[in-house]
Ligand binder design. Structure first.
Ligand code: PLP
Length: 379
């Protein structure tokens, strides 16, 4: 590879090459049987992904946003007018959309500056008599501080629903997603465990809750034409389950490769910081967390100019997320208190390319281009 080759933000083609034959064989089997909804691949994937995550139950659904909505609805949240759900302003907008779709009011609060995750003190400040749930988002691939969030709402009937869309395979104190309450996850193609289209799942240890989610996801019905809940149509596609099974078998290794890549970035960025006297806002894993590095997010001054320089050099960097949720049109006015950390981060954060197959040479070039761009500031 020449030094001028482009470096993609994620390399889905490389991931596909690893599962190509298995996916083709699995697709052929589904096509031969023409069982396009449900069937063995879905049930097998659900069982395997539950086991992988350390949970008893997994219910595949249509996408990650639906997974959050269905988990909330299965808990009865949003049924009463005025129900409130607390979530971080620093997340993908889908978290808030799911709350609104469930019929509840999203209440947006700030994050901490070190890990950029839901701030338990802000949660405590935002609790009212109408609060029904909190959604910690395991942003960028690591757990939000669940114990402190739980302590912030202790003594009240407030559910915890984890948004684990970016955290497949992450653990906290040895346990996987969905230990604190139901976890919703997304298999959007670019996620750590990505399908070839939209897909998602709800994980839980609660058998009854899993059954309710499954009923809601399939027209409110567990037995054909017996409708016990107001449902929707949001099922995990059979062909997507084939892809997910093949990729799940390789997820632990892929997450390990992401961790190795994150360590390399950390080393090279730390070197650059030391020799050039810079602060590049290197991301950190919180104590107790095994981070799966869905995103590798640094903080730089003059971020937009630096990002343009990376793009000009053929490097696929991004921003997650440029517009905090309380700054969007649909959710303006949903933050009861200011969110200064989220607002500050939105102007400084920069996501560097990270994917299991990224090479050492690619990462060196990213860091070199990044540091040059930062040093050129003010010219
Ligand atoms: C991707 C994502 C979602 C939504 O998942 P979809 O499958 O795209 O609906 C929700 N929350 C977070 C934090 C995400 O990254």
């Amino acid at each position: 590879m020449t030094t001028n080759d482009t470096i993609p933000f994620v390399d889905l083609a490389a991931a596909h090459r690893g599962v190509e034959d298995e996916v083709a064989a699995g697709f052929a089997q589904v096509l031969a049987t023409t069982s396009f909804i449900g069937g063995a691949p879905v049930a097998e994937f659900e069982r395997e992904f539950a086991a992988f995550s350390g949970r008893r139950h997994c219910v595949g659904v249509g996408n990650g946003t639906d997974a959050i909505e269905l988990a909330l609805r299965a808990l009865g949240i949003g049924r009463q007018a005025g129900d409130e759900v607390i979530l971080p302003a620093n997340s993908f907008i889908a978290t808030a959309e799911a709350v609104a779709r469930a019929g509840a009011r999203p209440v947006l609060v700030d994050v901490d500056e070190t890990y950029q995750l839901l701030d338990p003190d802000e949660v405590a400040q935002a609790v009212t008599s109408r609060t029904r749930a909190v959604i910690p988002v395991h942003l960028f691939g690591q757990f939000a501080p669940l114990e402190r969030i739980r302590a912030a709402v202790a003594g009240r009937e407030i559910a915890i629903v984890e948004d684990a869309a970016q955290a497949q395979g992450a653990t906290r104190n040895g346990d996987g997603i969905g230990a604190a309450g139901p976890a919703a996850t997304s298999f959007y193609p670019g996620k750590n465990l990505g399908a070839y289209g939209d897909a998602g799942a709800v994980l839980t240890d609660d058998a009854e809750l899993a059954t309710t989610v499954r009923a809601i996801s399939c027209h409110g019905s567990l037995t054909k034409y017996e409708h016990t809940h107001l449902g929707v149509n949001s099922r995990l596609d059979t062909l997507q389950a084939v892809v997910l099974r093949a990729k799940l078998a390789r997820l632990a290794a892929a997450n390990e490769a992401r961790r190795a890549a994150a360590n390399r970035y950390d080393t090279y960025l730390a070197e650059a910081e030391k020799t050039l006297g810079l602060d590049l806002g290197r991301p950190q894993a919180a104590p107790g967390n095994v981070h799966v590095w869905h995103l590798y997010v640094v903080r730089v001054p003059e971020r937009d100019r630096v990002l343009a320089r990376l793009h000009a050099a053929g490097i696929g960097a991004g921003i997650h997320y440029p517009q905090p949720i309380h700054r969007t049109v649909p959710f303006a006015g949903h933050a009861p208190r200011p969110c200064p950390v989220t607002d500050l981060l939105a102007g400084e954060i920069l996501s560097l390319p990270i994917f299991p197959e990224i090479t050492d040479a690619q990462q060196r070039r990213v860091v070199e281009t990044l540091t040059k761009a930062v040093l050129d500031s003010g010219d």
